[in-house]
Design a protein around this ligand. Structure first.
Ligand SMILES: NC(=O)C1=CN([C@@H]2O[C@H](COP(=O)(O)OP(=O)(O)OC[C@H]3O[C@@H](n4cnc5c(N)ncnc54)[C@H](OP(=O)(O)O)[C@@H]3O)[C@@H](O)[C@H]2O)C=CC1
Ligand SMILES: O=C(O)[C@@H]1CCC=N1
Length: 275
């Protein structure tokens, strides 16, 4: 890695295969952090521009520049077609970072046999703000230098967590990769619940979102865990305790969330089996 952004080391060249919702957020953050646009190429079938100065192609180049890191950012089921075109362009030091859900490292190694350094990454959408979570996994074939360089690339996106056991990758994806969707649902439900008990809809929506935002920021800065913070809102004999009692009855919320994460995890496992 030779190009240095404001504070961050970036690869000599970044080749994004797909640049939709997720890879687009990653790229946006990297550009904000000083990634040189001339060192980025995006391949996307639509050919839609990404942003000024970033080259967009609709087909593969004849070769990849030396020191390229490839970000696989298309849909997981497209890996077969992508690999047929991309694998011949890879050399031993082409680095591959895959954000494909449910696509194992073994699968990637089989499709890109020449590339030594392959890392699975599971980001989530707030990476665009530098407030995301990205899980990383690789094996011992990937060099220590590549591990450090990929971690450095991911670091400006937010929290980085290396996962020791790939078997946990679908669980982690369920929690943090899918997590923003679950939280967005919660915000919606909180607003709808407010409306259901009589608050005007637009006001309930604004108040629900601001409550979640402020509370998340507070929890992130607090010395105490969220359980203690919840109890601090609840005055003895007061309103919050009654509400928490409803939420906690028969572990309703916990059970719902376990079911939610398990369903997402199971889908990842099915995708890994090719379903
Ligand atoms: N969305 C999320 O929150 C998260 C997604 N992921 C992973 O990110 C990946 C992309 O998801 P997401 O961004 O939501 O999807 P999008 O549909 O938003 O983006 C898919 C991208 O792939 C491009 N594409 C389509 N067909 C091909 C092809 N044959 N070859 C190369 N590129 C192609 C599309 O091109 P075009 O722009 O021209 O349409 C688009 O840029 C998935 O593998 C998913 O598992 C991981 C974590 C979170
Ligand atoms: O829904 C998906 O499959 C991807 C993985 C995590 C978020 N989106």
């Amino acid at each position: 890695m030779t190009q240095t952004g404001v504070d961050h080391p970036f690869p000599d060249h970044l080749f994004l295969v797909g640049c939709g919702n997720m890879a687009g957020q990653m790229l946006s953050r990297w550009l904000d952090c000083g990634l040189d646009r001339e060192r980025v190429t995006v391949l996307r079938p639509s050919g839609r521009p990404v942003t000024d100065g970033v080259a967009v192609m609709t087909d593969y180049p004849a070769a990849l520049p030396a020191g390229t890191t490839v970000l696989l950012g298309m849909k997981p089921y497209q890996i077969a077609d992508v690999a047929v075109a991309l694998a011949p362009l890879c050399v031993a030091d082409t680095r591959i970072v895959s954000i494909l859900a449910g696509t194992t490292l073994a699968d990637l190694r089989a499709r890109f046999p020449v590339a030594r350094d392959i890392v699975r990454a599971m980001p989530n959408l707030p990476v665009g703000l530098g407030e995301g979570v990205t899980a990383l996994f690789t094996d011992d074939v990937t060099s220590a230098q590549a591990k450090m360089d990929v971690a450095a690339l991911i670091e400006p996106l937010g929290l980085v967590e290396w996962i020791a056991d790939e078997a946990l990758f679908n669980q982690v994806t369920a929690l943090s990769g899918c997590g923003p969707a679950f939280l967005f649902r919660f915000v919606d439900a909180l607003a709808q619940a407010g409306e259901a008990i009589g608050i005007p809809a637009d006001q309930a929506a604004r108040m629900a979102l601001a409550t979640v935002q402020g509370s998340a920021n507070m929890a992130a800065r607090a010395n105490d865990g969220p359980g203690v913070l919840a109890d601090r809102v609840a005055s003895p004999g007061g309103m919050t305790r009654e509400g928490l009692n409803a939420l906690d009855a028969d572990d309703r919320l916990l059970t719902l969330l376990i079911d939610t994460l398990a369903a997402a995890r199971d889908r990842g496992e099915a995708m890994a089996r090719g379903a």
